[in-house]
Design a protein around this ligand. Structure first.
Ligand code: X5A
Ligand code: ZN
Length: 532
């Protein structure tokens, strides 16, 4: 079972027809850049390609009012001036004669993806679409969004596939207030969004984007908002948000399907987000989501305006959907103080509704984000001349940084198995290497000498294979492995493996013992080793 990629080139047709510095970033190149990235890395070719269809008006009606759909249908025949006048009635929106067609394809793509996953044709997938959807509401376009594709997909999944619980993860850097409004009283859809908030000084400037907006009526606790009150949030902050907020609630909710409002304006380099998370972070976030709902993850593109960053992040997500291991995260893995405050306020606000947040006792809410620190918003106004100059400079520096960012190559062997006895009956899954080579005899014997348990031939043979496997892990030839050793020699083999790993280039080593095992004797703990 594979990964679907749903797309239609018609979605590049809509574009801005007049001057508007706020809207110009939502351009057709976003889709072409993402698709070219996937093709260049050979990822598109590994996916099941599906050509997007238009959603029917009945499908749009799952979320939008008939009047609003009729209004949008009418835009196809309007001239530029009329389109501009109508666009002006909404916040941060532009219409083009092809907008209705594109937006219907975007919704159709999301629905096709859900159908492919729910019928078992694929395990997961990505719909590469524009316009985006998460700001759009029952009867309003907003923030470049026309129809709320992810919201419609959630209703469709319930109606057509009989689902009872759908999780929406919105990692776009803006608050998907449209999605929040649509599901705020609905306990069958858990909506999680993190977003740049800066104590309500960032678009869309809403009180209801804060952590204390938790849903209404039956839906109390099924809206989860994590506002970022500073820019510059990075890998450690995003991972902490998943590990300490989203995943505990998601496990308790136990969704049957995960929809991702996959905006990549939360990645490094994006002019809207001003965040620091690197593309690999999205591989890790995607991996974490795949433990839910039997891996049924449907991602739908939302924002993402730095073309290179967008394209790399999309590639990372698709790699993770395909099951490739995620490259290591760069930078110090220490969350910002402000991120921890935000995480703590969501946990406090949600604690009444979730058992998984109740053990520790409600910690006090730190610096409520509604009371701002001091002073006014930055004097550097967006789209003023100094802002533009400063932005162009940062972007140039960033592009070269992203160019140099040589993404860690995937080891050629995914998993290797080192066995001792000729376990001929064992059938290994495809792609798993049976590791039969051994470390050099002199090396093996030198390591084994202090251990009585390793004097036996059988134990020594096993050790040779373990050491060989360890070297291939450390030199990047193999990604993970499993080795067998005779029971009486286990502790000694582990002792040698730890010493050998640390002396052959491992910087830090975590040793986890499952089951009964004595801690290997006299290992000096110099801060590089953790045994648990
Ligand atoms: C989908 C999305 C952003 C709108 C920003 C308006 N919309 N300033 O990222
Ligand atoms: Zn966005």
């Amino acid at each position: 079972m594979g990964t679907a990629l749903v797309y239609h080139e018609d979605m590049t047709a809509a574009r801005l027809l007049w001057e508007d510095p706020e809207c110009e970033i939502e351009c057709p190149q976003r889709l072409t850049a993402a698709l070219e990235g996937l093709q260049q890395r050979g990822l598109e070719q590994r996916c099941l390609r599906l050509v997007a269809r238009e959603a029917s008006e009945a499908e749009l009606g799952l979320v939008h009012s008939p009047e609003y759909v009729a209004l949008l249908r009418g835009t196809q025949a309007l001239g530029t001036q009329e389109l501009q006048a109508l666009s002006g009635q909404y916040d941060a929106v532009y219409f083009h004669p092809r907008t209705f067609h594109c937006a219907r394809l975007a919704v159709g793509a999301a629905l096709q993806l859900v159908d492919a996953v729910m019928t078992g044709a694929v395990r997961n997938g990505l719909a590469l679409v524009r316009p985006p959807g998460h700001h759009s509401q029952r009867a309003a376009a907003n923030g470049f969004c026309v129809f709320n594709s992810v919201a419609i997909a959630a209703r469709h999944a319930k109606q057509k596939h009989g689902l009872h619980r759908v999780l929406i993860v919105d990692w776009d850097v803006h608050h998907g207030q449209g999605t929040q409004y649509i599901f705020e009283d609905d306990p069958s859809v858990l909506y999680f969004s993190w977003h740049r908030y800066e104590h309500r000084r960032f678009w869309p400037y809403l009180r209801e984007s804060d952590a204390d907006a938790v849903g209404q009526g039956q839906g109390l606790g099924f809206t989860v908002n994590l506002p970022w009150n500073q820019v510059g949030m990075g890998n450690a902050d995003y991972m902490a948000a998943f590990l300490h907020v989203l995943l505990p609630l998601a496990f308790e909710f136990d969704p049957e399907l995960v929809l991702v409002s996959a905006g990549f304006d939360s990645a490094i380099g994006d002019p809207e987000g001003q965040m620091q998370a690197t593309p690999e972070c999205f591989a890790h976030l995607t991996q974490l989501l795949q433990v839910l709902a039997d891996g049924r993850v449907c991602a739908v593109l939302e924002g993402g305006y730095h073309l290179e960053s967008l394209s790399q992040s999309v590639c990372m997500m698709v790699q993770a959907l395909l099951g490739d291991p995620a490259p290591p995260l760069s930078g110090p893995m220490v969350p910002h103080g402000s991120a921890l405050e935000s995480i703590q306020s969501v946990r406090a606000a949600q604690a009444p509704y979730w058992m998984s947040l109740q053990q520790q006792g409600a910690a006090p809410v730190l610096s409520p984000s509604t009371c701002s620190p001091e002073g006014k918003p930055s004097p550097l106004l967006p789209w003023g001349p100094e802002f533009k100059a400063a932005a162009t400079q940062t972007m140039a520096a960033l592009s070269s940084l992203l160019d140099k960012l040589c993404l860690n190559p995937t080891p050629p062997v995914r998993t290797a198995v080192a066995l001792t006895a000729p376990d001929a009956a064992l059938v290994l899954p495809p792609g798993v290497l049976c590791q039969e080579r051994s470390a050099l005899p002199e090396e093996m014997q030198a390591w084994a000498r202090p251990h009585k348990a390793l004097a036996q031939d059988k134990a020594l043979t096993a050790l040779g294979r373990v050491l060989y496997l360890l070297d291939r892990l450390l030199d990047g030839q193999v990604s993970s492995g499993i080795a067998a050793t005779p029971a009486p020699a286990t502790a000694a083999t582990l002792d040698v493996a730890i010493r050998c790993g640390l002396s052959h280039g491992a910087q830090r080593l975590l040793c986890v013992a499952v089951g009964q095992l004595d801690r290997p004797p006299d290992l000096t703990d110099d801060g590089r080793l953790v045994v648990s």
